[in-house]
Design a protein around this ligand. Sequence first.
Ligand SMILES: NC(=O)C1=CN([C@@H]2O[C@H](COP(=O)(O)OP(=O)(O)OC[C@H]3O[C@@H](n4cnc5c(N)ncnc54)[C@H](OP(=O)(O)O)[C@@H]3O)[C@@H](O)[C@H]2O)C=CC1
Ligand SMILES: CC(=O)C(=O)O
Ligand SMILES: [Mg+2]
Length: 543
Amino acid sequence: MTIVLNPVWINGVQKLKVVPQPPPRPARGLLPPAMDEATHTVRCLRQLRSKDKNIEKYIYLTQLKDADHRTFYKLCLDNMSEITPIIYTPTVGDACLQFSHIFRRPEGLYISIKDKGQIGKILRNWPRIDEGRIAVVTDGSRILGLGDLGLNGMPISIGKLSLYVAGAGIRPSSTIPICLDLGTNNEQFLADPLYLGLRQTRVPREEMTEFMEEFMHEMSTIFPNLLVQFEDFSTDAAFTYLDRFRQRYPLFNDDIQGTGAVVLSGFLNAARLASQAAGKELEDQRILFLGAGSAGVGVATQLTSFFKMQGMSEEEARKRIWLVDSQGLIYDERGPMAEHKKQFSRQDYSGPPMKNLTEIIEYVKPTALLGLSTIKGAFNQSVIETMSRLNARPIIFSLSNPVQLSECEFHEAVQWSAGRVIFASGSPFPEQTHDGRTLYPGQGNNMYVFPGLGLGAILSRASAVTDSMVEASSLGLADALTPEERAQDLIYPRIERIREISAQIACKVIRAAQRAGVDRTVELRELWDDQLLDWVKAKMWMP
Ligand SMILES: NC(=O)C1=CN([C@@H]2O[C@H](COP(=O)(O)OP(=O)(O)OC[C@H]3O[C@@H](n4cnc5c(N)ncnc54)[C@H](OP(=O)(O)O)[C@@H]3O)[C@@H](O)[C@H]2O)C=CC1
Ligand SMILES: CC(=O)C(=O)O
Ligand SMILES: [Mg+2]
């Protein structure tokens, strides 16, 4: 790669900045004479659209990225709403299910339990050690709502990092997709001769913890400027390793914290719309969750922390929240429960176990119903009609992924609420027409948050990802709606604006890092907000 040293001014001091230059065009004769970048992007889009099946589109895009990543990212940036559902949810779910069958060429790092004791040696095989800035790490134990997919979880790490590049301009060469192979309990995969992972069941937790300790230690030693995103670990592992490592290394868990941030943001905009219809204040909000796993509890925690920021006591804040898991409403008298659920267990209910969701809604009278349960169709007609009877504008977020696990589809929510629903889903749904009006679903997916959060953490060289940084990303997203988007009742900005939004979020995250004293790019403290925004934008990689 060619390197050019550009003079830049930082705080009145001129410094030389290393600017990697695009590779020179191939020598004359090695490209057809009429080959130019703009037409080639059109050519690639046509080839993509000629494929009938989404998984074929996924394979095509994977190969395009491998062969010519600039064209791949140009295509992504120019066609975000068309490409995102292919490289990310829902199609990435199919790609994970079929990974060992559709595999062409390796991408990313595979580290298995057999590497325990020599993980550093394996990490040093990464070809671009000095450039590493962000790793998305999964152990494949809970991929979307699809369960334990073992090594087949790798496309999740790859897909998330593609969104970091497309959505926040993170340099492609600085991204490291990682899949940890600690075995799988997926019997179908273990019996599949093409399965690419170890043929063994998952190792016990103590062994996993020893492995994770070594892994994180070696990662921080070998990649000193690396931010780590934990992704799609099973519930207990997700909470355990976030708590264990977050004070020691710059890392966050996307399912707990990224989801918390994105849902808080959509909820705030939804509550504003609902209050215009019913005059309800934030203190009147009552939020019912279906699903009390890493995502459900992550979102409940983020909402609680926001309510406290608004002046409520801890107790008042928690009183706004009810959780339902596979056993029904969570309450103290129900008996022993997993640690992460305890803080939201209701003390004020002591009746018989309540399992039927419509009955629970009648009891709780929620203003918002949030689904993070992986149960397709759980928000049935009776559920949505009950929510619509209780609320002028019911807030219904059907957040489970991929699309086939969504608690309800947008057209159902529109029909059963007579067009009154304020809706978001984890995977995208098409817009609907109701009574001559076009209604748009929001995509309540952490993809709106993690690119900007990661960019801010990387650029500030944060030594830790604090709760305040996560919260800043959420409020930054909530504020990012344009007047036009607000006029259309949108609760999330249009995905086409993701770069602009990520830059704004990154600035808020940098400021939060500074306030928390975890930033290490200290010269940014001197910049005014508009200077910081320009600086962040200038840092973004363009294909
Ligand atoms: N939109 C977004 O940005 C995101 C969406 N998600 C999606 O959310 C879903 C859940 O993820 P995550 O929380 O990490 O998964 P977990 O496995 O940690 O949690 C799943 C939760 O759903 C509950 N559940 C299972 N079956 C039922 C049922 N029949 N009725 C009520 N609750 C039930 C489980 O209950 P129990 O505790 O009793 O087992 C558990 O509390 C996934 O589909 C995932 O793709 C996740 C992250 C981000
Ligand atoms: C979006 C996401 O992170 C999930 O479904 O797990
Ligand atoms: Mg996830």
